[in-house]
Design a protein around this ligand. Structure first.
Ligand code: PMP
Length: 433
């Protein structure tokens, strides 16, 4: 059978054997056979520049990571009930990269599971149940994580908002109520959290937690306004709640200027949730918290996680940190990210469809609109752009509540030459629209 028949067959069998709502990209599907650093290779001999996979953080199949995993899996892989050096070594290295308050680690297998655990800890600590989330946010696919995710519970097939969940305004300075030009936008958006805290107080309740990403991914590739988290964290803490930073998409040097997204806002969360890039594609995630919160969680119920923190995952995590440091990838994310954002911004005067170009490091969004005044989203034009870029060998994707933001978050080894190739091709595709 030739390749195209093979695709038909895979799709058919996928429909038969796999849940039909398992997400799949592109109208004309691709079958990727191999990956190497920022490149992916399909079964037809085509090469793609991966401009969107923020999981393969240090590059697909990075040899240092692969070797570390191979070595450990050939030596031992078991659960955490035996003494093992790797988990201690990794916890030490990870916490050394975090503010000193964030000192105790719990390892899980996915970001969803880690967010779930973080919420559970906040409820133990505060003896409260209510959680404040940002509108349009996504925090994962477990039952609790879905309850924290307006992107899911408000969307198709969602069960709606649970009474103990409260949505605060998405602090979007392009499309939201308070714009870039408003120097007080951060403080103004933060006020929406007062509204929720006050309304809880009328029922003699307090928030257990406030959870948000430190740059908003599904919310639309949005950097938070200055002072936003400082204000919100102080309001939430004064009300007795704890502050959870979901760094699943943005952590580990991607934002360039800092290692963690929350550092851009000059705050220290009470719990930080890590995932995706932490294992470069290996299923690993973590919750890191203060000793006080960890002690409260140690309430007699054992914490056991069959796979979480196993020696192979820990060896993988260690190798990822090693590569980030050895290859100075945070610095690369900053330099290449700035270069990419500047080159994208240079396209703006030529194409009215480009409403906003924004980003920190290699976490970049380009919001597409049909009209720069009404901000009508350029959908489905954006899908045409994504498909055409794929035909030219570039993988990107869309995000945002209106699905009109081009999402660009490549492995952070992305080079200036990659940025040039990408922008030059985007220029051609926009010209063809
Ligand atoms: N939090 C954020 C911000 C995410 O983007 C995601 C995944 N897209 C998750 C949590 C859930 O992570 P996972 O898919 O590893 O469960």
């Amino acid at each position: 059978i030739d390749s195209s028949d093979n695709h038909e067959l895979i799709l058919k069998e996928r429909q038969l054997y796999i849940g039909k709502n398992l997400s799949i990209s592109y109208t004309k599907k691709v079958k990727i056979d191999k990956g190497a650093l920022q490149y992916l290779y399909d079964d037809q001999g085509n090469t793609f520049l991966d401009c969107v996979n923020n999981v393969s953080h240090v590059g697909h199949c990075h040899p240092t990571v692969v070797k570390a995993m191979q070595k450990q899996i050939a030596t031992l892989n078991t659960n955490t009930r035996y003494l093992n050096d790797n988990i201690i070594k990794y916890a030490k290295e990870l916490t050394a990269l975090l503010p000193k308050e964030l000192a105790v680690c719990y390892f899980t297998n996915s970001g969803s599971e880690a967010n779930d655990l973080a919420i559970r800890m906040s409820r133990h600590f505060t003896k409260q149940k209510d959680v404040i989330v940002l509108d349009h946010a996504y925090h994962g696919t477990s039952t609790t994580a879905i309850e924290m995710s307006p992107y899911k519970f408000d969307g198709k097939g969602g069960f709606g908002k649970m009474p103990y969940i409260h949505k605060a305004q998405n602090p979007d300075m392009y499309r939201g109520e308070f714009k870039y030009r408003d120097a007080e936008a951060g403080e103004k958006y933060a006020k929406d959290v007062d509204r929720i805290i006050e309304s809880l107080a009328t029922e003699s309740k307090k928030p257990a937690a406030f959870i948000c990403e430190t740059l908003l991914g599904v919310g639309g590739q949005i950097a938070l306004p200055p002072n936003y988290l400082k204000e919100v964290y102080s309001k939430v803490r004064n009300a007795g709640g704890i502050c959870i930073a979901d760094e699943v998409q943005v952590g580990f040097g991607r934002v360039g200027e800092k290692f963690w997204g929350f550092e851009l806002q000059d705050v220290v969360p009470d719990i930080v949730v890590l995932g995706k890039p932490i294992g470069n594609g290996h299923p690993l995630a973590a919750v890191v918290t203060t000793r006080e919160i960890a002690d409260a969680f140690n309430n007699g119920m054992e914490y056991f996680n069959t796979f979480g923190g196993n020696p192979v995952s820990m060896a993988t995590g260690l190798a990822v940190l090693q590569v980030i440091e050895e290859e100075e990838l945070q610095k690369n994310a900053l330099e290449v990210g700035n270069y990419l954002v500047n080159r994208l911004a240079e396209l703006k005067p030529n194409y009215d469809i480009i409403g906003d170009v924004r980003g920190n490091g290699l976490f970049v969004g380009v919001e597409l609109v049909r009209d720069r005044i009404t901000l009508e989203p350029a959908v489905p034009e954006i899908d045409t752009i994504v498909e055409k870029m794929k035909e030219r060998g570039f993988f990107i994707s869309t995000d945002g509540p209106l699905y009109n933001v081009l999402k660009i978050k490549p492995p952070i080894i992305f080079s200036k030459q990659n940025a040039d190739e990408f922008v030059d091709n985007l220029n051609v595709v926009l010209g063809e629209l």
